[in-house]
Write a protein that binds this ligand. Structure first.
Ligand code: MLC
Ligand code: AMP
Length: 475
């Protein structure tokens, strides 16, 4: 099926791609299916209501309301601040204050001082809006750093368009695909790749809700996205995994896909999964290709428009021999513009000659294949594909009156990649329920996925002669 006028393909109004054509099953989410014309009409009606705003917050539950809110903003040229729906009070207040969001669009949390603009699923408008400049900001996405609260990643419309087109090329993703995933809608993976991707390409999307193996199997799509935790659960459910044999591509990303999971998926589904690497700051920069080799433990080659290099601590280039490792640096049209209102933090992550320092350590083979070895800092944890800053969780725990000292680390976990563990020194004697109280404190302040899985009460934290906590000794 044709997906419209080529010029419109470049537009980030994702619905412009299919203007004039309909598709009855464009998006299925939370039990509701909308056609492309339903989406275009309802999202344009959202655009009419918010066109004069500059930046709005969207409580990003996986629902039609979220999809319409985001697409409505893109049509009107309003910047979206996706907010995790399980955000705790401190995180919510922080994101709203830092982003300067002027209103909630769609759903809003129970208590809020901001105006709330409703999204009406059955409203329709056919007004047309001019396409904003490619440099205009589309999203401010909040993501954790090693210390302090999350920073707002400003992604332009042009970056998103380039990032999605590069993936369509790498994965030969077309309107003939049916995309399936059950990822959250406040990150690059679930929202930008997982909602804007199919709208731009013209392929229907089925959002499964909780990404269980059976929900993935039942959706009977052609293209599947998942974080490694999702794939590892599928690999353990042979019946569900075998039902994916008819798919075209299984794609893993957001954290390393363990080699045994890769092998087991290949055995059960007949498909070697695609692995791709990215960040909120850069979208997806490396991937294996639909028409190329898929090598377990490796994330493939730069996608269209991307260049990479690895450098040692003094900034010198490291050999591409597949063994030598260095800090991975990237450049490309999908890289972000900077952290919102943080010139210093932004400057720190670029080299003088214009490369973005990812903070990941990698090796590059002579054939251009990349292997991600780990992160430079122990303070960025990846759990279930979520990025969590140790410092942020430590600050939330230090807010508890019984906590004297704390060190948060990510320990290896077969299901989650890493699990968040807090080592805590108490001010007094431990009570029976202290661990539970501390875990709840994090959920209340930050968000549910930032809760430690485990709290270990210790007498002291290991420190070096300078008094700095030796996190590598905590296991
Ligand atoms: C969790 N639970 C806890 C707990 N932590 N209970 C008590 N104490 C704790 N500390 C509860 C949960 O609420 C849940 O309850 C149950 O335990 C199971 O939790 P879980 O093991 O976390 O599983 P689940 O909720 O199913 O989550 C796994 C997951 C999720 C994989 C679905 O982690 C996920 O959606 N990850 C995706 C993250 C993502 O999209 N990252 C992309 C970043 S963008 P109940 O009652 O709910 O069952 C990026 C760029 C790129 O990285 O490259 O893509
Ligand atoms: P986020 O900010 O949530 O977008 O997380 C980005 C980080 O996830 C990267 O810096 C990597 O550490 C990690 N990551 C993403 N994809 C992969 C992958 N395929 N393999 C290893 N790490 C990955």
């Amino acid at each position: 099926m044709s997906i419209g006028v080529p010029l419109l393909l470049r537009s980030l109004n994702p619905l412009a791609v299919a203007a004039g054509e309909d598709r009855p099953d464009a998006v299925t989410i939370d039990g509701v299916t909308l056609s492309r014309s339903d989406l275009l009409g309802a999202a344009t009606s959202v655009a009419e209501r918010i066109a004069r705003a500059e930046r709005v917050a969207v409580l990003a539950r996986p629902s039609v309301t979220t999809v319409l809110a985001v697409v409505g903003c893109l049509i009107a040229g309003v910047t979206v601040v996706p907010v995790p729906p399980d955000s705790g009070s401190a995180e919510l207040e922080y994101i709203l204050g830092d982003s300067g969001a002027q209103a909630w669009l769609g759903e809003a949390p129970a208590r809020t001082n901001l105006p709330v603009v409703p999204v009406r699923v059955h409203a329709r408008s056919w007004h047309t809006y001019p396409e904003p400049e490619p440099g205009a900001p589309a999203f401010v996405l909040y993501t954790s750093g090693t210390t302090g609260p999350p920073k707002g990643v400003v992604l332009s419309r042009g970056a998103i368009a380039a990032g999605l087109d590069a993936l369509a090329d790498a994965w030969t993703w077309t309107a003939n695909d049916v995309l399936v995933h059950g990822l959250p809608l406040f990150h690059v993976h679930g929202l930008i790749l997982g909602v804007l991707g199919p709208l731009r390409v013209g392929s229907p999307l089925i959002h499964t809700g909780k990404p269980t193996p059976q929900a993935y199997a039942d959706a009977a799509g052609t293209l599947y996205f998942g974080v490694p935790t999702v794939w590892s659960r599928i690999a353990e459910d042979a019946g569900a995994a075998r039902q994916l044999a008819d798919a075209r591509l299984l794609v893993s990303g957001s954290a390393p896909l363990p080699v045994p999971v890769f092998e087991r998926l290949r055995e059960l589904t007949g498909h070697a999964p695609i692995e791709r690497y990215g960040m909120s700051e850069t979208m997806i920069t490396l991937s294996t290709r639909a028409d190329g080799e898929r090598r377990p433990g490796w994330v493939g080659v730069p996608v269209a428009g991307v260049r990479t290099r690895i450098c040692d601590e003094s900034g010198e280039p490291v050999a591409h021999d597949g063994e030598s490792i260095g800090g991975l640096q990237v450049r490309g049209p999908m890289v972000f513009d900077g952290y919102l209102d943080r010139a210093e933090a932004t400057a720190e992550c670029w080299t003088d000659d214009g490369w973005f320092k990812t903070g990941d350590v990698a090796a590059i083979g002579p054939d251009g294949f990349h292997r991600i070895v780990g992160r430079e800092s122990v303070d960025l944890i990846k759990s279930g594909g979520y990025r969590i800053g140790a410092g942020e969780v430590e600050n939330a725990l230090l807010g508890h009156p019984d906590v004297a000292e704390v060190a948060v680390v990510g320990l290896p976990d077969a299901d989650l990649g890493q699990r968040i563990v807090a080592f805590v020194v108490l001010r007094g004697a431990a009570t029976d329920s202290i661990e539970k109280a501390l875990i709840e404190q994090v959920a209340e302040q930050l968000s549910v996925h930032k809760r430690p899985r485990e709290v270990r009460i210790v007498d002291a934290l290991p420190r070096n002669a300078m008094g700095k906590v030796q996190k590598k000794l905590l296991s």
